[in-house]
Design a protein around this ligand. Structure first.
Ligand SMILES: *Cc1c(COP(=O)(O)O)cnc(C)c1O
Length: 217
């Protein structure tokens, strides 16, 4: 696989399901990947990336940003409140707002700094105890709470359970977004981004299919 293959598959899927190709944006998930692989994708002109750890992103993206203007960076991993300020400086979009304490912290820092990245709310569609995200039953109230705080919420994000049919989870996320008038849906990874596009994803988060397997060793 490569960046080009994935872009072609996104375009083909959009055509098949009757969507504009530019209605789906590809977040290249560069976590854990060696810098030379990330640089190769930057060299090919891609500018939208996702990282799931604040510390890791802080270690590599300031330099990449200086060398490759126009980078947009999404945080797609869980955020601790004590890293919120740093995350808000590093990332253009935080996809993983998932609890009132974090929302209040972000709102306070946004006031102090006069700046807030765009935000998405992570929904734990599979209600998995070990997974981050607001429960589906609590989503409407949490979205309202975030809006009351003045937070710029643009959409919803989910990571379906690994062993379940993802389309049920994508459909649930799309339904919650629609009834709350949220335009963006971040859903779909290497194994299921075409399914997600068929169900309305506006962002797909693809890592290993672009960069190769991650080496956690
Ligand atoms: C790692 C990760 C991805 C990318 O996963 P791949 O299977 O490599 O495409 C997408 N979303 C999140 C939240 C991730 O942590």
């Amino acid at each position: 696989m490569s960046l080009n293959d994935i872009q072609n598959r996104i375009a083909a899927t959009c055509q098949r399901v009757g969507r504009d190709a530019d209605s789906v944006r590809l977040v290249a998930v560069s976590k854990v990947q060696p810098n030379d692989r990330v640089e190769a994708v930057l060299q090919q002109g891609h500018r939208l990336f996702g990282e799931n750890k604040v510390q890791e992103a802080a270690g590599k993206w300031p330099d990449f940003r200086a060398r490759f203007p126009g980078v947009t960076l999404h945080l797609i991993g869980p955020l601790q409140t004590n890293k919120a300020r740093q995350a808000m400086q590093l990332f253009d979009v935080i996809e993983t707002v998932d609890r009132p304490k974090l929302a209040r912290t972000i709102a306070r820092i946004a006031q102090e700094e006069g700046h807030c990245p765009d935000l998405m709310i992570q929904v734990n569609t599979g209600e998995e105890p070990q997974k981050a995200g607001v429960l589906p039953a609590d989503a409407d109230a949490f979205i309202a709470e975030c809006r009351d705080l003045g937070l710029p919420i643009i959409g919803l994000m989910c990571i379906p359970p690994a062993d379940e049919e993802p389309s049920l989870h994508f459909a649930l996320l799309a339904k919650i977004a629609a009834r709350n008038d949220l335009p963006d849906l971040s859903m779909g990874m290497s194994a299921d981004f075409e399914t997600a596009i068929g169900q309305g994803a506006t962002y797909v988060r693809v890592g290993s299919a672009i960069f190769g397997d991650r080496d956690y060793g």
